[in-house]
Design a protein around this ligand. Sequence first.
Ligand SMILES: *Cc1c(COP(=O)(O)O)cnc(C)c1O
Length: 452
Amino acid sequence: MTAVQTLAGGPHLEQIRRLVTEVPGPRSRELAARRSAALPAGLASAAPVYAAAAGGGVLVDVDGNSFIDLGSGIAVTTVGNSAPRVVERASRQLEKFTHTCFLATPYEPYIEVAEALNRLTPGDHEKRTALFNTGSEALENAVKYARAATGRPAVVTFDHAFHGRTLLTMSMTAKNQPYKSTFGPFAPEVYRAPMAYPYRWPSGAEHATNEAFAQFELLVDSQVGADNVACVVVEPIQGEGGFIVPADGFLRKVADFCRARGILVVADEVQTGIARTGAWFACEHEGLVPDLITSAKGLAGGLPLAAVTGRADVMDAAHAGGIGGTYSGNPASCEAALGVLETIEAEGLLTRAQLIGDFMVRELRDIAAQTPVIGEVRGRGAMIAAELVIPGSRTPNREAVAQITRFCQLHGVLTLSAGTYGNVLRFLPPLSISDALLADAFAVLRDAFAAL
Ligand SMILES: *Cc1c(COP(=O)(O)O)cnc(C)c1O
């Protein structure tokens, strides 16, 4: 496969769905065998193929099969894989210096990213930004800032939340399997409130906001005590939980309640942020201005970078030397992030995310009209999901998600699943995907539902 080895990624990769071997092909099977001898079992991958190149809307595997990418490496390559501005800026930086440690000798790209995020995040109050490597690390630090600023210990999160895999963020995450099982004991002072999940609210979607809020209020005021709560951490659209868009007004009620009690609101926009939902940040759809906001996945086009952006008085509450990390705010990652932000602005990707989302919702509603397996289609912008159920009920249909995913893989389309019950198909295409490829991918998806 020498032809494959010379493939370069990026938008110049041929934009086509094409299978030239069975899936997985011989090279992928060979790598799978080496992998199982060298890597531990706890690292699972969604697709059975190994990547050789990616860009635009496709991912080419080591056997030369070209797949349409509807996952963007879990909402990371929003501007596309190897996007030109990202590659150019990061490579130029790599030639200048790869690392000094910002805590040892600082550099300008870090400051530029902070300035950009201070400008782009919701609210025109004075802000500060600190950079980290991963989403989990950003959440860990958001809690450190909130505790330092309030002098309070407790953190409130929600059912179906995902905030990461480190000890604190695993404790904040709702789902036992696969994230928590056997890994406890967990960090203390983490409390969980119900999420206003419209599709599954027991008394009906129209009651979700008020009833979920009443339970949240009871938890904070009567059980934990508002004076003990440093922050409420919430994803404006829950990602791993199944692209749950909280019932209308729920987030605003929570935010108003918190403001009245000196509790800080942390919006976890690690998955929703940086243009994914058709806005720079998903909070904007709700008119929500959080005290702190975390971003990561879409921020640097795949290079590790995460951020906490927040009110200057809150961020300045942590003492000098109390925050940081050896690799935090790596200079090549910072340049990549500047390339991402430039690309979003230059290519009008906020609008593009909305258009891609409109198309996916139309297609999925159309498929739903023909199959009772789709219980609900939801999401915002280019972050859209279908929740699959046993026909005639709301019983989660995990098996259907597995079958659709497999069918799509065998026909050259890479999709992802999500959801507390594993019964949600989620679609996160790179915004660099063409209309033609997207339509082709959804034609395959139609066939997948027809074949169920
Ligand atoms: C992915 C994710 C995280 C964790 O990010 P990592 O980079 O995997 O540590 C946290 N919060 C949300 C909402 C996420 O989607």
